[in-house]
Every structure is written in C-alpha cells, then in structure tokens.
Design a protein around this ligand. Sequence first.
Ligand code: C2E
Ligand code: MG
Ligand code: MG
Ligand code: MG
Length: 282
Amino acid sequence: RVKEQGKNNFQFYTPEMNEAVTKKMKLEIGLRKALERNEFKIVYQPQIDVETGGIIGVEALLRWHHPEWGTISPAEFIPIAEETGLILQIGEWVLQGACRQNKEWQNAGYAPLRMAVNISSRQFQQSDLVERVRRILRETELEPQYLELELTESIIQDSKYAVAKMQQLKEMGILLSIDDFGTGYSSLSYLKTFPIHTLKIDQSFTRNIYSDSKDASLVETIIAMAHNLDLKVIAEGVETEEQLEFLQQKQCNEAQGYFFSRPISAEDLAVILQERSVSEVS
Ligand code: C2E
Ligand code: MG
Ligand code: MG
Ligand code: MG
C-alpha cells in the first residue's frame, strides 16, 4: 500500500482500482468458504456427434452460487482460485464429482458418455496429478476411456514435463483435448509430439463462421489439419443451425453449444438421456 507522499496523496490509486481490489478480496474470502458451505455445483453441457446428432459426451462446468451475491461466473472466480491456489481443492472436487456422476449415469443404465473436465494450470502442474487422477478413477469406479481432460495450449507450454505427464495419462486410458484451440499464439509443432485426442475449436471462431469468411477459412483449415494429424475436432459455441450446417459440410466431428443445450444440471441431463434411450428402443 502506498503511504501518503507529501501533498499528492495516494496518487497511484484511483477509486476504480480500490474498488476492484476490494471486490477481489471479497471474492477470495468467499471462495475460501465456498467448498465447505456447499456453494459449488457442477453443470453439464452435451457434446453432439455432428453426423448422427446423438450425445456422445458432456463437459463439466463449475457454478458458484453465493447466498448473497448470487451466481458468480467461472470467468470471474477461476482466475482468483488459480492465483490463490484454491483451485487445487476446487479442481479435485470437480474431477471427483464429475467422475462420480458419470458412473451414476452408467449405473442407471444409460449408454456410456465421455465426461470432459477442465484442468487448470496449477492443477496440471501438481507433481502428483497423475496419481490423483488414478485414485479418483479407482474410487468412483469410472473406466478411464470415459474421462477426458481439457488442457489449454498455455497450460501445456508453461509446464515442466508436460509431455511426460500427458503420456502417463494417455497410458492410463484417459483422453486429452486442447481447449480454446487457436487462441494460444503457440507454435503448432507441439501437435505432433503431444498425445492428444481432440482439438476444441474456440467459440470466437465458431461464432463468425457465417459473417466472416476469414473465420470460416480458419475453422475449415483447423478441421482439415486436425484430421491430417489423426485428431478429432469439436467446435465450441455452436448457436445456430447455419453454423452446424457449415461444420457438417466441413466434416467437423462434434459440436457443443447453446443450439443443442446450455449447460444443465445432472437431473435435467438425465431426463435427456432417458428420452434418448426410449427413442432408441422404440
Ligand atoms: P471453456 O472450458 O472453454 O467452456 C466453454 C464455455 O462456453 C462455458 O462457459 C460454456 O457455458 C460456454 N458456452 C457453451 N456453449 C456456448 C454457446 O453456444 N455460446 C456461448 N456464448 N457460450 C457458450 P462457462 O461455464 O462460463 O465457463 C467459462 C470458463 O471457465 C470455461 O471455458 C473454463 O475455462 C472455465 N471453467 C469452468 N468450469 C471449470 C472448472 O471446473 N475448472 C476449471 N479449471 N475451469 C473451469
Ligand atoms: Mg472447456
Ligand atoms: Mg473452450
Ligand atoms: Mg475458455
């Protein structure tokens, strides 16, 4: 904190800056209690096979409902959780909960789904990450091929031994994907050395497929490149039928977005899975 400096008091702090700092501190204090107070919830967003239209997976997305402040966006609290290290506990809670939920759906008789979980930078850097994931799979009795970990380009690039860690996860039978692909300014050469399964095209590209021919070219090129490298592609942020048609034409494998469903509760997703299994039988 800058102390009084003669007559120009506090010249480095504007009221807006103070407000931002106070807000961040409040959020941090709230976050520290959120787990024990049961304020987190996981919602699930379906991932659709573009060819068949069927659900083949879901992405687990964290929600924080504070009793006074209401719902706080992950875009706001995940960076604070990351900065404070709280993400380690929170991330483990999400991983555990998502795996348990996936196994529950299987036990209820629904066709098995892939569960994608976002992994933060600190989490990926944990030296015992691989053991933690292994333990969670053992405890929840989920088979590894039904778990996918979403990593970003920057997470991989900032981490020591990233390739070795990814290799160990892959050998365990887990799937790995690159989230927000195309936004990371990283060299593409990692794509040939990293044991990944899927590229997730960032929603900022999907959004303008129809209005911006450059974004359309980018998406088309990413799909073609991924296929040449034997990777699957999923487009995030699909909101319209036109976007879906474009992706179908370009043979994108999967799609995820509000056009199909917003992220929804486990109970609501079970209703969809129920309807799906009924329509498959009849
Ligand atoms: P992400 O992993 O790229 O997740 C996709 C985000 O796009 C989600 O936002 C989702 O609700 C939103 N989305 C999905 N379909 C559409 C669409 O059609 N249109 C638009 N405009 N948005 C769509 P959300 O849930 O707010 O999460 C934001 C980010 O927070 C995530 O981006 C992820 O980076 C992070 N996050 C969320 N949950 C977790 C978590 O459990 N752990 C970690 N480490 N990060 C998380
Ligand atoms: Mg994600
Ligand atoms: Mg993303
Ligand atoms: Mg993102």
